[in-house]
Design a protein around this ligand. Structure first.
Ligand SMILES: C[S@@+](CC[C@H](N)C(=O)[O-])C[C@H]1O[C@@H](n2cnc3c(N)ncnc32)[C@H](O)[C@@H]1O
Length: 390
């Protein structure tokens, strides 16, 4: 006898389950953001995925890629709901506010923003890609959202409808544009994923406008695809990487994976040697502490010299001066407890001294990171300064 078909919960039920999950992991805390997630059906912004893979797929707490460039590098997505919720919370939105979003993507986030600021508020979302902008408009129309999608380069903002109380950028950037600063009201908030080292974890910073400067109020961690220069323009390729994967039957397992600009300066022979080191048995150095992964990851990403830093969210560490050694942080799912090192000991010394610096600074976490952005007269780009407060 065939097994009885499982009844797939309806959209409203799946939204409630997602909200419970976001609340229990601490990403969703305020009534306004909660109401928005309960009210806006995500499937309306992902019609093809929901048709092809079912409604439950749309309500998993995962980013869903919706477009790629010709090399297969993702160019648009619906961001991970927990990241969206954390960013919306950090933006401290109020009914009646005027909000500019840069990077409409599917339009789902614009719909959430519009729910939160309500009928007296205004949401404008700028999208570079014409087809993506059309898709976002369709999604927004299907839920009768008041958010408006315009096509353009969001790095210029959308001056005609400014100033804005809030600006949220949903693609990553190494700089802050003058346009965002100019179009933000005094005391307003700008939230953006800031790239410090390409390919590494990004600090998602919320900055308050104070006259000529922008100063950070809060920091999250994440990874967003980059803002592009023009529709169809290739996304900057990720930093160099080395890897070895074992495939047996239909099972595959990563044996080693290193990435970072630091690999670019090594000759092909040295890169190959480094990979064979990474595949060898490591020496283990127990640190005698449990360092929260996100905090130490962010610290190392900022403080490790760029010509030494390798890894990413999963594994971060440094290479020796000539690539003759490698030292990587290791531990459990949420903490680092040891260093695993390979080859000569120079890399291990560098990593240990960085960890010592982190301890001496009082073990700073994301909320201790201070970001100050200025706009030097005549300079083409912003001056972004990072420091650790207490
Ligand atoms: C991660 S997706 C946005 C996610 C979206 N907010 C959502 O929730 O569905 C980033 C978007 O930024 C757009 N984008 C990239 N560069 C841009 C630019 N210079 N101006 C405006 N949009 C841009 C991409 O086309 C892409 O749709």
């Amino acid at each position: 006898m065939p097994a009885p078909a499982r009844r797939v919960p309806g959209s409203a039920r799946l939204r409630r389950q997602l909200v419970e999950q976001l609340e229990s992991n601490g990403c969703l805390t305020s009534p306004g953001v909660r109401r928005a997630f309960l009210a806006v059906p995500r499937e309306r912004f992902l019609p093809e995925i929901s048709k092809r893979e079912g409604l439950e797929r749309v309500y998993q707490n995962q980013a869903i890629v919706t477009a790629h460039d010709e090399r297969g590098i993702p160019t648009s997505s619906s961001s991970q709901p927990s990241m969206m919720a954390s960013m919306l919370e950090q933006l401290d939105l109020r009914p009646g506010q005027r909000v500019l979003e840069v990077g409409a993507g599917t339009g789902y986030n614009a719909a959430l923003l519009a729910k939160i600021v309500g009928a007296r508020g205004r949401v404008i979302s700028v999208e570079l890609d014409a087809a993506t902008a059309r898709g976002a408009r369709r999604g927004l129309a299907s839920v009768k959202s008041r958010a408006k999608v315009v096509r353009g380069d969001g790095r210029e903002g959308w001056p005609r409808l400014g100033p804005y109380d809030r600006i949220i950028v949903t693609a990553s950037t190494p700089t802050v544009t003058r346009a965002w600063h100019e179009q933000l009201s005094e005391g307003g908030l700008l939230e953006l994923p800031l790239v410090h080292r390409p390919g590494q974890v990004q600090a998602i910073v919320t900055l308050r406008k104070q006259a000529q400067a922008l100063r950070s109020e809060a920091v999250l961690y994440g990874g967003f695809m980059p803002l592009r220069d023009a529709p169809g323009a290739p996304v900057a390729p990720p930093p160099p990487s080395l890897g070895a994967t074992e495939r047996i039957g239909d099972q595959s397992r990563s044996l080693a994976q290193l990435s970072g600009e630091a690999l670019r300066r090594l000759s092909a022979a040295r890169r190959q040697r480094l990979l064979s080191l990474a595949l060898s048995e490591p020496r283990t150095h127990e640190l005698g502490l449990r360092a929260p992964r996100p905090a130490l990851n962010l610290y190392l990403m900022i403080e490790a010299p760029e010509d030494r830093l390798v890894g990413g969210w999963a594994r971060i560490g440094v290479i020796g001066e000539n690539g003759d050694g490698l030292a990587l942080m290791a531990g459990g799912a949420s903490t680092f407890t040891r260093i695993e090192s390979y080859g000569d000991s120079d890399a291990e010394r560098v990593l240990l001294s960085l960890i010592e610096g982190w301890k001496q600074r009082g073990r700073p976490a994301g909320h201790d990171l201070r970001v100050e952005v200025g706009f030097p007269p005549g300079a083409a780009s912003s001056d972004v300064r990072l420091s650790w407060g207490s």
